[in-house]
Design a protein. Sequence first.
Length: 387
Amino acid sequence: MNKISRVSLISVLTLLALAWSFGFSTAAGEEVKKENKKVMMNEEIKKKIEAILDKHIAERKVPAAVLGVWTPDGDAVVARGKSDPKAGTDAKATDRFRIASVTKTFTATLLLMLADEKKINLDDRLSKFFPEIKNADKITISQILDHTSGIRCYTRADEFDKYVKSEPLKKWKSEELLKILVGAGVEFEPGAKFMYSNSNYLLAGLIVEKISGNKFADELQKRICGPLGMKNTYYAEGPQIEGAYFHGYDDTIDVSLFDPSGPNFAGAIVSNLDDLKIWIESMSTGKLLSKEMQAQRLKLAGNEKNPESGYGLGMMSWGSFKGHNGAITGYTIVALSSPEVKTTIICMMPMCASNLQGAPEQTFKEIAELIAPEALHTKLKFDKIVE
């Protein structure tokens, strides 16, 4: 078992949605408790779920929200507010939205699929693709995917951040972002610590394109969206969101339209509630991966003082729930599924994370506590221990 120095992994896992202003088959090593036989959904529980959502909407003055809770005993799908307050358009559960860092689950899966095909090895060094990056000869592909590479986050660099609000329609080239990333340098030696960094997923997406010889958007459609029948999910390459969508807000300002080339492979995907349910359930069970590769994905970095939260290869674990959360300009989301209790919870609020102060995550946790507390509080085992 590898040991790595203690860093802010816990805060990343519980408040990741606050970290980016631009922006869980059973896991090997998990101590999974079987949920006591109980009713997980009925009309009374649905009312309690709606009350939880409504409370957070009111507290944070959110213009709209969409929530999906799926259990063996029934579902609760709720859309609240106006998807476009200015036009007075009622929110619908089918409306699209930016999924922010949930994008990372797709990017990691594409790379893991290529590894399954022996086109890349998780122990390959980054220098094979980007020798210009410091420590590239020491950093492995798996360290990129679980955020232990030590590469600083390009979206926090002044050269990037200064354009987020001043020029939201700025079209970024991958070469520009890579230059910023290289200039940002490294925070620590590979494997020494955990540090959430969007740079890791810029690199992961670029590697997918280098190996496949195709655009990321095409690989996403060919390998994931097409096979899974996800018709409302795509990699955004322009500011406009296709079809009916939730407008995103920073307080009272509509900030829906910005060029997604900035967050790119770390946060540019657009989807909707139904598609995300398909995806998070497929990802959490390893539907598109071999059993061996899924086992690699589920190896977690974590802190034994907080044994209910961990991070794998492009995937968070909160108890036996697996998935991701995230935030991007105007949108904050949490999407998690527990195969052990066959329950999925997705909550999206179209506001900046700084306005919401963790409301989607709290909504998830309160609902999970209500319907599947043992799944939420499953103790995890870690491959990499954060001291």
